[in-house]
Design a protein around this ligand. Structure first.
Ligand SMILES: [Zn+2]
Length: 249
């Protein structure tokens, strides 16, 4: 899986360039930001004799390629790659717990272990969802599945009740996380995604009461982290995230 994750993360432009040069065995020309350039040797020669040097130079230059995962996810969600990348940055403002941040990283790079991905990497024979017979893509895994939609719907009703609001949880808000202007909803969606992710791995039902217990547990962890590393600013942030739901979980 690690091999396929790395392979998928190679920017499309790099792959196209490599394929193009592999086919033609022509010279390659890579413009580097410091005015240096590599344009005198066939690609095969560079690959075998200067591989690490070549890629090191490419990585330290300011060639800004967006990896393929965010690009294709942006197409799927009818948005731009910048919005996809921002969703990862926003998650880092909600929690310091690396497992939730990594989950969003996996989502934007499309390396979530949904059945479509496992089928693509030849780990599973079928790409079908565990709950229904549709293809288990990332969109299906986190939102489109009827089972998952029901779960989000119960969360939406519960949350709107306790916060006296009328927020709508849709596909884009689930995959990308909610606007940080509504931190309560943002944190519930983030932990909701994690809850779905873990439940599906063990074929466990998606239940609101279990999710509330999970939220309670996470709030206690975040509170403990605040106590250990206290500052007024952090306390203010904790309250903005948890105050509205703490008494209801
Ligand atoms: Zn399904």
């Amino acid at each position: 899986m690690e091999y396929f994750s790395i392979k998928k993360a190679i920017p499309r432009q790099w792959l196209e360039k490599l394929n193009e040069n592999n086919r033609s065995s022509s010279l390659i020309s890579l413009d580097l930001s410091d005015g240096d350039s590599i344009n005198t040797q066939p690609l095969n020669e560079l690959i075998f004799y200067e591989k690490s040097n070549l890629y090191y130079k490419m990585l330290i230059t300011k060639m800004e390629f967006c990896p393929t995962g965010p690009h294709s996810l942006a197409r799927d969600l009818n948005t731009t790659p910048d919005v996809i990348i921002d969703s990862f940055i926003n998650v880092r403002a909600l929690t310091k717990s690396s497992k939730f941040i990594i989950l969003q990283y996996k989502i934007i790079h499309r390396i979530i272990a949904c059945n479509a991905y496992l089928h693509q990497t030849r780990i599973k024979e079928s790409d079908k969802c565990s709950y229904c017979d549709q293809s288990d893509s990332i969109k299906h895994f986190f939102f489109d599945c009827e089972n998952t939609r029901r779960f989000w719907n119960t969360i939406e009703i519960w949350l709107n009740n306790i916060t006296s609001s009328s927020e709508i949880i849709d596909l884009n808000s689930v995959i990308l996380g909610y606007d940080t202007n509504n931190p309560t909803l943002a944190i519930v969606i983030l932990f909701g995604k994690w809850f779905i992710y873990k439940a599906k791995l063990i074929d466990s039902p998606l239940d609101l009461n279990k999710f509330k217990i999970f939220l309670k547990y996470q709030s206690l962890i975040e509170k403990q982290a605040l106590i250990i590393n206290y500052s007024i600013k952090k306390e203010k942030k904790f309250k903005s995230l948890w105050n509205k739901i703490e008494g209801n979980i």
